[in-house]
Design a protein around this ligand. Structure first.
Ligand code: ZN
Length: 435
């Protein structure tokens, strides 16, 4: 058997699966098919393959077939008769329930689709979106098979439920699914057997500036409840959420700067998500005013309201963008001005290797990234004090480019100059976007 058939046979020898839950494991193979069709086809193929082997005299194939039959729920009595497998044989006669969904997925799709269609009849909507909350034990069982057989082309039960319920409701009501700006979201909660009606998030695109230091992006609350930084961009957003009556917020930001780094110039792009808002018709200028009234150290420039797909575009844009920084740094010894000119030349267009900085190792795994420095321009303010403008690729750790991080970033300014170098102050001056 080829590798796909072998895997499927091994799965079905061990796990009882309904057509849908089996087909879903290979959802990205053979586009345009329904997972139930896909699963059924795989089962039929495996039975045919094993039957062929039995006929060829392979005795292990018969044993496998006996194990597979209770796991696939198919009308195979004629085959059993042909193979003289005793129908009284308990092992083949017991039809087991689906290991992942316990044989209820089709019923769930059917009943929830009808309930939601009824809700739309009662209160007509222009468009909708389906969300699903699936019990964790179901997700865990699905993942355990995916991991055991290292399946690459699977789709989660959550995604299938969302899509299938959406499709059915659309057919029944002629109201369309809208992924970007739905009129309403129906959350199918399989844990509580309920449908929650949510107002879709309000997504606002704009820029934030940090005019002071010690401001984090998200409110950084320690385990003991104390704050690491007095102020955060998130605080300002939360304070403005009353203008739209949102019950929660989220920040979608391309990239991140340290809390002690100011963000000046055009600011850093972000999408603010106001969740479950009561009001949707608030003007952008009203929102901007609310955001800006929070603190004089954080400033927002609001551009437009956007759809959900914009968030992923913004996040993808981070690695393709370039940034300009201003850094003030100190060297342990005086530097010859000629060496400074050499440094500017050396770093022009240079690719730097950076191991995850020591200061973020606790939060991120140790890996190596390569980022390009486009340009470094240096003003020598004193024999050992400098101001630098650095233009580089998004994702480059600038403090480490300067201090070398004990050799973990190479080349670095410290390495090139051959002295200990400390970054005193850092500002983001410009963030280029390709959104
Ligand atoms: Zn199932």
């Amino acid at each position: 058997m080829d590798s796909l058939a072998k895997d499927v046979a091994n799965i079905l020898i061990k796990y009882p699966l309904c057509n849908r839950c089996l087909g879903r494991l290979y959802a990205n193979l053979g586009r345009g098919l329904d997972n139930a069709e896909r699963g059924k086809a795989l089962k039929i193929y495996i039975v045919m393959e094993l039957h062929k082997r039995v006929l060829e005299g392979d005795s292990s194939a018969l044993d496998k077939l006996k194990l597979v039959i209770p796991n696939i729920k198919m009308p195979l009595q004629p085959l059993l008769n042909t193979l003289r497998i005793n129908a009284e044989d308990k092992t083949v006669n017991e039809m087991k329930r689906c290991f992942v969904c316990n044989d209820i997925i089709d019923e769930l799709i059917d009943s929830y689709s009808k309930r939601i269609a009824q809700l739309i009849v009662e209160k007509p909507r222009r468009s909708f979106l389906i969300g699903v909350v699936v019990p964790s034990d179901v997700l865990e069982r699905e993942i355990s098979i995916v991991e055991e057989y290292q399946i690459m082309h699977w789709e989660s039960i959550k995604r299938e439920l969302k899509r299938e319920i959406g499709k059915r409701v659309q057919q029944m009501t002629k109201v369309n699914v809208d992924f970007s700006k739905p009129d309403v979201i129906y959350i199918v909660d399989l844990i509580h057997n309920s449908i929650r009606i949510e107002s879709p998030s309000l997504l606002i695109f704009g820029y934030y500036l940090k005019l002071g230091r010690n401001i984090s992006q998200n409110a950084w609350i320690r385990k003991d409840g104390s704050r690491k930084y007095p102020l955060s961009v998130e605080d300002a957003v939360r304070s403005a959420s009353f203008t739209v009556g949102a019950n929660d917020v989220a920040l979608h930001i391309a990239g991140r700067e340290d809390a002690d780094v100011r963000v000046l110039g055009n600011g850093r792009p972000l999408v603010i998500e106001f969740k479950n808002p009561l009001k949707r018709d608030v003007s952008l200028s009203e929102l901007e005013n609310a955001l800006n009234s929070f603190s004089r150290w954080i400033e927002f420039r609001i551009t437009m309201s956007v759809g959900r797909e914009f968030v992923s575009r913004l996040k993808q844009s981070a690695s393709a963008s370039f940034k300009i920084y201003r850094a003030v740094f100190l060297t342990e010894k005086s530097i010859d001005p000629g060496k400074v000119t050499e440094l500017e030349e050396y770093f022009k267009g240079l690719v730097v290797r950076q191991r995850t900085p020591l200061r973020v190792l606790g939060r991120k795994k140790d890996s190596i990234r390569k980022r390009r420095v486009f340009l470094v321009k240096i003003l020598q303010l004193a024999p050992n004090l400098f101001e630098a403008l650095i233009k580089c690729e998004g994702g480059l750790y600038v403090k480490e480019l300067i201090n070398g991080d004990s050799g973990r970033t190479s080349p670095s300014l410290s390495e090139f100059l051959g002295v200990k170098t400390t970054c005193l102050k850092l500002d983001v001056l410009y963030v280029h976007e390709y959104i």
